[in-house]
Design a protein around this ligand. Structure first.
Ligand SMILES: C[S@@+](CC[C@H](N)C(=O)[O-])C[C@H]1O[C@@H](n2cnc3c(N)ncnc32)[C@H](O)[C@@H]1O
Length: 281
């Protein structure tokens, strides 16, 4: 039950991210940016960094591939790019809201499975199964089993996502499988590692941009709204503050303590592009 609640909050978080990103910053994607040398780390450049990320990822799709499954397709923008390039692409999206956006963008050029990857049932088989920042949400064993069953012989699994590192200290940034456990479990499956690239340096500036936004825009807005409520409804506001004091403390610690920085991201996470080839029998 607790886990389901967590899953729902994560989905809603991604949906809000998609709405705000699109409305305020004209962002189409739902992933980190790839900050190339010379690209100023600034909120107005996030769309360029995200485009760089998509291009970087696509450049690692093996040449032989024709049919791709985009797991956790978000708004469908990467699938769209791939379809324009001539690939046949199907998508998986457990979020009704995001699946709707992807459907609007892709029309009937793609089959969109509205379910989690772990629950996907299809007779289709793929040359590449792509996880663009969606791998962290997938159950490792169930995910690998599903991947093996859905890949054509000699097919590939392409993951671009961050993992947790085993480091001393406590991180307040959640998310990501423990890299060590990922390596242990993946070694139990017929998958051969072809590429392993560390792109933590290039992706971590996205966290600095987010931190800056929270510090300079979200936090002051929250404080001012709080002051407005205290002024208008002093009694109700006192009750709310007292009743939700633990939650408020938790939210302040999680979002507004200024520790979600690129430096801390590099300390606790490792963002990797991993390409595996299915071993033939
Ligand atoms: C950070 S977004 C990335 C979206 C997109 N791939 C991109 O690169 O912009 C994570 C995506 O994973 C999806 N997701 C979460 N849990 C999933 C699961 N169990 N199976 C498939 N997709 C999942 C979310 O709905 C969301 O679309």
């Amino acid at each position: 039950m607790k886990k389901d609640k967590k899953k729902v909050s994560r989905e809603i978080g991604l949906e809000i991210g998609s709405i705000c990103g699109k409305y305020f910053l004209k962002l189409d994607h739902l992933h980190y940016g790839y900050w190339t040398d010379g690209l100023e780390v600034d909120i107005t450049n996030v769309h360029i960094a995200q485009e760089n990320y998509a291009n970087f990822l696509i450049s690692h799709i093996p040449e032989s591939a024709k049919k791709i499954l985009d797991v956790g397709c978000g708004t469908g923008q990467i699938a769209k790019k791939l379809i324009v390039m001539g690939y046949k692409v199907d998508c998986v999206s457990p979020s009704h809201f995001l699946a709707g956006q992807a459907r609007e963008l892709l029309g009937n050029s793609s089959q969109i499975f509205e379910c989690s990857y772990e629950q996907l049932q299809t007779e289709n088989r793929y040359d590449v199964i792509l996880f663009s920042e969606s791998f962290q949400y997938i159950n490792l064993k169930k995910g690998f089993e599903k991947t093996i069953s859905l890949l054509n012989p000699d097919g590939y699994m392409l993951i671009c996502d961050f993992f947790r590192k085993r480091t001393s200290g406590k991180s307040n940034m959640s998310g990501g499988h423990l890299l060590e456990i990922f390596h242990n479990i993946v070694s139990e499956y017929p998958l051969r590692l072809i590429k392993d690239m560390d792109i933590t340096e290039e992706t971590s500036p996205s966290i600095d941009v987010l931190n800056d936004t929270f510090k300079k825009a979200v936090h002051p807005t929250v404080i001012l709204t709080q002051q407005l409520l205290e002024n208008r409804y002093p009694f109700v506001s006192k009750i709310i503050k007292w009743a939700y004091r633990k939650k408020i403390r938790k939210i302040n610690k999680k979002y507004f303590n200024g520790e979600k920085t690129g430096e801390n991201f590099k300390k606790f996470k490792s963002y990797r592009l991993l390409l595996y080839k299915k071993k033939s029998d």
